[in-house]
Write a protein that binds this ligand. Structure first.
Ligand code: ATP
Length: 291
């Protein structure tokens, strides 16, 4: 039985001698919903493209549904929906023509969902007959999402899907993701820089840093279990914490430590004179983990 939808072992990729993926070992289990985070240039798009077999790797092994990513069967391909960061729509077609074309390629195509999304996401009859090249960036992104969702994929991969959507478009997309896609057990991986969106979906977050998945955990656990430890510099200097994420030195000579704490560690620290524990935001976490 295959328990992982995606399995990666030692995946490496560099550009012009500069390593971007540095031997990634990663598994994405069936039904997981993962937000992929990392600074600009960390390699999120590269990782996604390699994962889907769209980019060659320098080393390592990737399988999707148990098949090599670079040699997927048509049946497995049809189980994957992908929204790339840069539009790859055939922009000389109209939305109706594009969707009619893709409909022929997939054994499973949810006409009801397509019509429903087109109507809800502002594709009136005139827009549906307009060339894609003349649609706005946000309209093209909506169309790209509709195309990816139409075959009811078992694995949905989205590379910054909301980057050009207005706030209403973002809300509509998240609504669809939570109420339909995640509800039916789809495995979802999406990269984003909009951290507030992640907090609207109960998911795991994975941080890509220095070419590796530096940390992956359920978002709620991560926020609940991570604290900023501050206080008397002498007391902090001797502290050894099991899961320290970062140490920040402040201008006044004081410093604080961001760390994931076990319940016992929290109790011990709260009892230490001169030590304070404060909750951290997802922005704080992002800054520390990707520093
Ligand atoms: N075709 C290419 N040729 C040379 N360098 C590349 C190529 N594609 C990506 N890179 C480099 O690889 C690094 C990672 O790029 P990538 O687009 O994967 O990052 P990212 O995390 O998706 O960034 P962002 O958050 O800005 O979208 C960057 O330094 C980029 O310049």
């Amino acid at each position: 039985m295959i328990s992982s939808v995606v399995a990666m072992e030692g995946v490496a990729r560099s550009f012009g001698g500069r390593g971007v993926l540095a031997g990634i070992d990663w598994q994405i289990g069936s039904g997981a919903v993962i937000g992929l985070l990392g600074r600009n240039g960390a390699g999120k798009s590269t990782l996604i493209e390699c994962m889907l077999g769209l980019r060659e790797v320098d080393g390592g092994r990737i399988t999707l549904f148990g098949e090599p990513a670079g040699d997927l069967s048509a049946a497995t391909r049809a189980r994957i929906g992908y929204v790339p960061q840069k539009s790859d729509l055939f922009d000389w077609l109209t939305p109706d023509q594009l969707l009619a074309y893709f409909r022929t390629l997939y054994p499973r195509w949810n006409d009801y969902k397509v019509e429903n999304l087109l109507a809800r996401w502002g594709f009136d009859p005139a827009t549906r007959r307009q060339r894609i090249s003349s649609l706005s960036g946000g309209q093209q992104q909506r169309l790209s999402i509709i195309r990816a969702l139409a075959p009811d994929p078992d694995l949905l991969v989205l590379d910054e899907p909301v980057a050009s959507l207005d706030p209403v478009g973002r809300r509509d997309f998240l609504h669809e993701l939570v109420d339909d896609v995640i509800d039916r057990g789809t495995t979802v991986l999406f990269s984003t820089h909009i951290l507030s969106d992640l907090q609207r979906i109960a998911i795991d977050v994975a941080f890509l840093k220095d070419g590796r998945i530096a940390l992956q955990a359920p978002l709620d656990d991560l926020l609940e279990g991570t604290r900023r430890v501050s206080g008397d510099p002498k007391a902090l200097a001797t502290l050894r914490l099991d899961q320290e994420l970062g140490r920040v030195r402040h201008d006044n000579g004081a410093f604080s430590i961001v760390a994931r704490l076990s319940a016992q560690e929290s109790i011990r620290l709260l009892a230490s004179p001169g030590v304070r524990l404060d909750p951290v935001s997802l922005e704080d976490l992002f800054e520390e983990v990707t520093r």
